[in-house]
Structure formats: C-alpha cells, structure tokens
Ligand binder design. Structure first.
Ligand code: C2E
Ligand code: MG
Ligand code: MG
Length: 581
C-alpha cells in the first residue's frame, strides 16, 4: 500500500510553522494515507499544496512530476483542465466558491462529473490553522445504481416512458413557465379495446402494442413535450409553449392518425383507436390538479358521449360529471329501495285494431327528482353493471304483471346488449316465466340493433337458445344502427320495430316512405311482423297501414302508463278497444 502513496512534501516551500505542524501530524497522516481508498489533498492557508496521495493524482489524471508541494490551487486546477478532469469554464468563480466554503469553516461537499463520465465526490474539511483537506471518491457506480432506482421509480418499465409521478413533476415544471406567461396543453389519451386485445391475442401482443403506441406518440411530439404512460391503457402528453388551443387540436389529430395506422404485431394486424381529452393552461387552470382533472373529464366526454376523437374541457362538463356521480350514487341504492316501476304501452294489431302486447318501459321514481326516463339512466346502469340485476327485476316484474292479463296479450321487454352477453340470461328468463306461470310464447324480447354489430358467438347462441325456449325475439329501433337485411335472415326474429324517426318522417320525406315500404315487404316475405314505433297522428297511422306495417305503437293511442292504469283503461274493457280505435 505504501508504494501507492505519493507523499509530496517540500519542506523548503513551506513556512517553518507549517513544517513544524506537519512534522507533528506527519505520522498520523502517513498512516491515514496508507490506509485510505479515497484520494486526499491538503492545501495551506494560502491555497498551496501541502500534500496529496497517489489516489488523488489518479482520480484527476494528474502527474506527480507537475503536481508538487507548493503548487497553487489554481495551478492544479489548470492542470486538471488540461487533463480533462475539470470541465469548469469559469475557473475564477470555482476558486472563489471553494475558498468561500473554506472561509466559512464548515465541511462542504462538491460533486463533479468528469469529461469521461466519472463522478467524483469531494468532501472539503477546512482546517483551524487555515487551508483545507479534501477527500475524494469515485462514486460513479453508486450514482448509476441510484440513478437506476430513481429512473425505475419515475418510468414505466414496459414502454420506458415517464410514469404518473414523473409526469406530474414535469407538468409542475411546465406550469412554472405558464405562470410566467406561457400556454400549454395537457392531452389525456385512452386506448380503446386493450383488454380485448390482451384477452384474444395474449398479453405479449398487448405489451408490444403498448410499446408501439409509445413510440408513435413520441414521434408526434417535440423534444420539449412530455409523453407519459399513466396506467394500463392511459397515456398523457404535455404540449409546452403553444400559442393557440388549435395547436392542441392539431396534435390530437396527428396522434390519432399515427395510432390508427395498423400495427403489425408478430404477424397480427391490429388496428386500435383512441379518445383524447384536452385541457389548456392557463385557460382551464394553472394548478396541476385542476388541469389533470379537466383533461380527464374531457376524455370521459370524448369517450362516452360520442362527441368525437378529441374533446376540449368545458366548464359545464364538470357539472355534468358531478351530476353523473350523483346519479350513480343514487342508482346504487334504487333497486334495493324499490324505486323502479314499469309502465306499459299498448301495441296494436293493425288489421283488427286489437291490443297484441304491452311493452314494459322502465321508470325510476327518484325520491327527490320524481319520475326519471330510461334515456337518463339505462346507459349509466350499463356502465355500472347494475343493468344485470335491474334487467332481471324488469323481466320478472313484467312476466308477473302479464300473468294478470288475458292470455292472448303478450308482454314485450327490452333487454340490454349487456344482458345478452351475460351467460345467465336464459336462466333469468326461464325463472321469470315459470314463477309468473305464463307460457314462454307470451314473452317478446326486444333487442336493439346495435347488438348485431357486435355479433359475437355468445350473442348468437343466446338468441338461438331463447328462440328454442319459445320466447319471441324482436329487433328494436330498426334503422338506427347498422341495419342490414342480412340480420333478418340469420336470426330467428318474429318481429321488427321500425324506429320512430322513419315514422315521423313519413309525411314529408320520400326516403322514409321508401324505407318503411321496403322493410314491410321484406318482413312480410320472411313471415315477420312489422311494428311502426312512435305513431302520433292519424295521418301517420293511415300511411303505415298503406305501406304495409302490421302493428303500431304510439302516443296516438296511448302513452306508456302504470300497470294499474292499463288495467283501468284497457284490460277491463279489452273487447271495446277495437271499436274505440
Ligand atoms: P324503445 O324500446 O324503443 O321504447 C319506445 C320508446 O318510445 C319509449 O320511450 C316510449 O315511451 C317512446 N314512445 C312510444 N310512443 C311514442 C310516440 O308516439 N312518440 C314519442 N315521441 N315517443 C314514443 P321510453 O320509455 O323513454 O324508453 C326509451 C328507451 O329506453 C326504450 O326505447 C328502450 O330502448 C329503453 N328502455 C326502456 N325500458 C327499458 C328496460 O327495461 N330495459 C332496457 N334495457 N332498456 C329499456
Ligand atoms: Mg323497445
Ligand atoms: Mg324502439
């Protein structure tokens, strides 16, 4: 060890006092120098070198030929600049800083990165007699390990993008610039159908997709912007220094174009779509929380209201979100509290004007708000999963009600697509029918057309089973979705209901007339009943008769009414209905 130590003492160059002190301390220093792994250097009160060890010279790539006792601190620093072990441009300032630190009398640490990437930590100890000792250590490995930990804590392991924590930090930094007059946008991006891709193609493909999405997102932004992955299928972008919100819209469109191009993942062509919510600072707020919440609300709006690919935050969205939150909260207890009711609307056979069925239509008697229509809560109940128990309640209540009617009158029940994908629907229907004690053929199940767009094997097989069970299947709102006569051929439907839109258009829209006529003809040829929905005027009634519809339902004859009302109005005098109509 001793031969490694390069002790540089030139007693002539030192004052007598310092030499005396040194001689006293020499033995101790020798022992210390011999046994230390760090570099050590000592300067006297006039910043001249007293001593340094070999490790010191090696750390800074200095030569023992030129670094001699008595050299000034400045000379050594100049040599370090020459050797590439000091990157400081302003030497005077550096010297002033160190000397000021020494003058303060307390230990202080300096960490420097050398040109070759090594990181050196120098701890400076001022000495009572003036001057200072510095111990130096190469902390490159430690620092790298620490950096790796810090990096892992701030980045998403899969894509390498900043995670939620770093995203928040970077947004916070960018917001400082907003307070000085800049403008920025926050884009929340939600990838559609990731779960489905994971489920059908496997997680490794899902992971590759996410990496691909990350790469494409990065390709859409500038260096000064941040792209982060916030959670499974949620990404975010901070777009810094923009002049106009339209730049955020342009970025949203660019991102969408980039993401929608097909991904080739191990031979699978995968196409994904996204929704984007945008908030702008300072317009929508200057605080982190505000902006994140605003972007999130706008994303929700873009995703759930079909308002398009991207949506800017608007103040009233917040109120709508709160209203929705309250609705969800209230819905959660509504079923248990018995707040739901079924209204019934008659469906008439046109040839003889007799009631063929009543359609059960759900109503929510809210304790504060009164009667609420399904348009306001069905989709919320679907999102919450509540539609499954609620739909079960509707089926059993409607069947039990039908048991009190004449047996030639059917009951028609709307079933959500989610109930159809739930394996249990057959059992639920069977239970409702058997506990009401009605025949299966009296139950008509109305399924909206959108179901066929999502025609999964599960949906088709459930519909076939329902048909085999004896239940009648009805396509509701025909013409609003992805109408294709193909559906009519491939499923065992007994009825189609033509959407109200076409009936309303009958008087002044040639196309509506043509559609209704064509559907009526097609249905007749396939042996199906055609019901016109939403008939409000006697003129419309006349027209649907002429065009070939076989049933009608609408305000012209009756609005949906509570069960007790339909008993009073129709069922007690059912025989007179035909004449009255
Ligand atoms: P839908 O199945 O097409 O029901 C017909 C809707 O049209 C009903 O609205 C009815 O009140 C309305 N209507 C009937 N005749 C006329 C008319 O002449 N003019 C006008 N303007 N409207 C008329 P409602 O009760 O508000 O229900 C809306 C939708 O909510 C239903 O459309 C159905 O898709 C859904 N829905 C209702 N009850 C349930 C249910 O128990 N379960 C599920 N999943 N959905 C339901
Ligand atoms: Mg219906
Ligand atoms: Mg309908």
């Amino acid at each position: 060890m001793r031969d490694k130590i390069h002790l540089l003492i030139d007693s002539e160059a030192l004052s007598a006092k310092t030499t005396r002190e040194l001689q006293g301390a020499k033995l101790t220093i020798d022992a210390a120098l011999n046994n230390m792994s760090q570099g050590l250097v000592m300067f006297d009160s006039s910043a001249r070198l007293i001593v340094c060890n070999q490790q010191y010279l090696e750390l800074y790539r200095l030569s023992s030929e030129t670094v001699r006792p008595g050299c000034t601190f400045r000379e050594i620093l100049n040599q370090r600049v020459g050797a590439g072990s000091l990157l400081i441009s302003d030497l005077d300032q550096h010297i002033a800083e160190i000397l000021a630190g020494v003058a303060r009398g307390a230990d202080f640490t300096k960490i420097v990165t050398l040109r070759d990437g090594r990181i050196i930590c120098a701890v400076n100890h001022p000495m009572t007699a003036g001057g200072w000792v510095a111990t130096l250590e190469d902390i490159t490995e430690e620092k790298r390990a620490e950096d790796r930990i810090v990096h892992a804590a701030h980045h998403d392991a899969l894509t390498g993008l900043p995670n939620r924590i770093l995203f928040a930090e970077q947004l916070e930094q960018a917001l400082k610039r907003v307070r000085r007059g800049e403008r920025l946008s926050v884009l929340y991006i939600d990838l559609d159908h990731l779960k489905r891709i994971n489920d059908t193609l496997g997680h490794p493909i899902g992971d590759k997709l996410l990496k691909g999405v990350a790469r494409r997102l990065l390709s859409c932004v500038r260096d000064i912007d941040t792209v982060a992955r916030l959670s499974g299928d949620e990404f975010a972008v901070v777009q810094s220094s923009i002049d106009q919100p339209s730049q955020a819209a342009a970025l949203a469109l660019r991102i969408r174009e980039a993401i929608r191009a097909p991904f080739d993942l191990d031979g699978h062509q995968v196409v994904v779509d996204i929704s984007i919510g945008i908030s702008i600072a300072p317009d929508d707020g200057t605080e982190l929380e505000e902006l994140i919440k605003a972007a999130d609300i706008a994303l929700y709006e873009a995703k759930n209201t079909g308002r398009g690919i991207y949506c800017f935050f608007e103040a009233d969205m917040n109120e709508r979100m709160q209203a929705r939150g309250k609705l969800e909260h209230d819905l959660r207890s509504a079923l248990a509290n018995g707040e739901f009711e079924l209204f019934y609307q008659p469906i008439f056979n046109l040839p003889n004007n007799k009631i063929s069925a009543f359609e059960a239509l759900l109503r929510w008697r809210h304790p504060e708000r009164g009667l609420i229509l399904p348009a306001e809560f069905i989709s919320v109940a679907e999102d919450m999963g509540l539609i499954i128990p609620l739909g079960e309640w509707v089926l059993s209540t409607a069947c039990a009600e039908a048991a009190t009617w004449p047996s030639e009158i059917n009951v028609s029940v709307n079933v959500s697509p989610l109930q159809l994908t739930n394996n249990n629907l057959i059992n639920v229907v069977a239970r409702a029918i058997s506990s009401a004690g009605i025949s299966a053929s009296r139950l008509e199940i109305e399924i909206t057309e959108s179901v066929f767009f999502e025609k999964t094997f599960a949906n088709i097989s459930t519909m076939k089973k329902l048909h085999e069970f004896g239940v009648r299947l009805v396509i509701d709102d025909f013409g609003t979705g992805y109408s294709s006569p193909g559906y009519l051929l491939s499923f065992p439907f007994s009825k189609i209901k033509i959407d109200r839109r076409f009936i309303t258009g009958l008087s002044d829209n040639k196309e509506s007339r043509a559609i209704v006529r064509a559907l009526a003809n097609l249905a007749r040829d396939l042996g199906m009943i055609v019901t016109a929905e939403g008939v409000e005027t006697s003129q419309q009634l006349e027209q649907i008769r002429i065009l070939g519809c076989t049933q009608m339902q609408g305000y012209l004859f009756s609005r949906p009414l509570p069960a007790t009302e339909i008993h009073r109005l129709f069922l007690s005098k059912i025989k007179n209905i035909g004449r009255a109509a």
